[in-house]
Ligand binder design. Structure first.
Ligand SMILES: [Zn+2]
Length: 147
């Protein structure tokens, strides 16, 4: 049992609290850091799970990345891929949906691809979600090379 961030040995209690909160092994220092980030950004728990799922797959995403206007749940800046997690309790009104579309348009004009992933998908198919994102990331990288 070691912290996924700093590889520090975990006590039974640290392991238990982190696993119960996020489903990953974190030392108390890194768990506190995560708690704070979530409080500040209202980050959905699935974003944390996806973030660590991607890290464990060997890539380096950024969590709550500030794009200059808003905080993006997960981002791969090198291939300009933004990932937003949609949560079920956010019942989307038509105004919000329009807003989202406009935001995606602006990001797209700046060369960014935005993926919106429903949180249930991460809850039930974390591994598959990670694999699909890796595929999209690879595709984007190949396209960048062509240009
Ligand atoms: Zn740690």
């Amino acid at each position: 049992m070691t912290c996924i961030e700093c590889k520090k040995e975990l006590s039974y209690l640290d392991h238990k609290t982190a696993m119960e909160s996020y489903g990953v092994e974190l030392c108390s220092k890194h768990k506190k850091r995560m708690d704070k980030l979530i409080r500040q950004n209202k980050t959905p728990i699935e974003a944390i799970k996806l973030y660590y799922g991607l890290k464990q797959a060997g890539v380096h995403p950024m969590l709550e990345w500030w794009d200059g206007k808003k905080s993006v749940d997960i981002a791969f800046s090198r291939v300009k891929l933004n990932i937003e997690i949609d949560t079920e309790y956010q019942m989307l009104t038509h105004d919000q949906a329009m807003n989202d579309l406009e935001e995606i348009m602006h990001s797209f004009q700046n060369g960014f691809t935005t993926l919106r992933i429903p949180n249930m998908v991460i809850k039930h198919y974390l591994k598959e979600t990670v694999n699909n994102i890796l595929g999209i990331k690879e595709g984007l990288r190949a396209n960048i090379k062509v240009i």
